[in-house]
Design a protein around this ligand. Structure first.
Ligand code: ZN
Length: 298
């Protein structure tokens, strides 16, 4: 694209693929969206009467990501008003078996599947899986509740962490935010918190391989702990290659409250904690993240 002349530069979105005037281009679906789609598929095709297992135990992978509104001009249900990023957004994608993907896109049958019909198929299926996932999470919490012996010690003043940076109102609000994080951390398994502590000790990023080596765990175990932290909004799994078709996450990093639409963090607590820990010579990271004693920040 040519550069804008004469002071119109700021009216353009930072990413040209957020601009509806950018020429239509099929973009790769990010590994994060692929993972999310697969999680919400429950390993099944979204068609209600389809029993096709997408990743059977016997091996292979038979799922296909279908665009509700096509990625390219001339494709089924193509909508010229969308941006390229909207075309690859999770809301525009549905995971199907090979047979049903053909059914919705083939010239002979595609007319039976307009946008509304496909959105309905997606919503019904994903809502059902969401309910299953929520039930699992409740069961997991009960299990954790019964086995937990550790309690959280909340912070109250954050005097040591922030000193005179905060006035009285800010102090109260910030302590509330931090104690919300404390309660959320309590929901994570001890091993997950130990992993998070290692990530912090490394300055905010640790490879899955290195974490496995240090913790005496398999990489799969580290992925599972990382996923648990990610689901609790306490960390994220980062992929080595965005266009890697295997999309296995390779690093664990701290959550990014701004770009993740993080439901837990309303400010960058972990970065502040790292900065604070660098100014102390005790083991504050371990006390907070593993020991759940947030009063050491007071
Ligand atoms: Zn199917």
């Amino acid at each position: 694209m040519s550069q804008n002349g004469g002071g119109r530069v700021n009216t353009r979105p930072a990413d040209p693929h957020d601009d509806p005037d950018t020429p239509v281009q099929r973009l790769d679906i990010t590994p994060r969206v692929q993972r999310r789609l697969f999680l919400l598929s429950g390993n099944e095709c979204a068609f209600a009467d389809c029993r096709e297992v997408l990743a059977p135990e016997s091996g292979g992978y038979f799922g296909e990501i279908a665009h509700i509104r096509a990625a390219e001009k001339g494709g089924p249900r193509f909508d010229p008003a969308m941006t390229n990023n909207q075309r690859r957004h999770i809301d525009n994608l549905v995971l199907l078996c090979v047979k049903h993907h053909q059914l919705i896109d083939d010239a002979e049958t595609t007319a039976r599947f307009d946008r509304a019909a496909l959105e309905d198929i997606k919503r019904r299926h994903e809502d059902r899986i969401r309910r299953v996932l929520q039930a699992m999470e409740r069961a997991e919490q009960q299990y954790v509740d019964r086995t937990r012996t550790q309690t959280v010690v909340h912070c109250s003043t954050l005097e040591r962490m922030y000193g005179s940076e905060l006035d009285e109102d800010d102090r109260r609000g910030t302590a509330e935010s931090v104690n919300k994080i404390a309660d959320q951390m309590r929901r994570a398994a001890l091993a997950a918190r130990q992993l998070l502590c290692q990530v912090l000790e490394e300055g905010g990023e640790l490879s899955v391989g290195e974490a496995a080596h240090r913790g005496g765990l398999s990489k799969t175990q580290v992925y599972e702990l990382g996923l648990q932290l990610e689901r609790l909004w306490l960390a994220r799994l980062e992929e080595a290659e965005w266009d890697d078709p295997g999309y296995r996450p390779e690093r664990i990093t701290l959550p990014d409250p701004i770009h993740d639409h993080n439901e837990l963090l309303d400010y960058d607590f972990f970065n502040d904690l790292l900065r604070h820990a660098a100014s102390r010579d005790d083991d504050v990271l371990n006390d907070v993240v593993v020991g759940l004693d947030f009063s050491v920040l007071d």
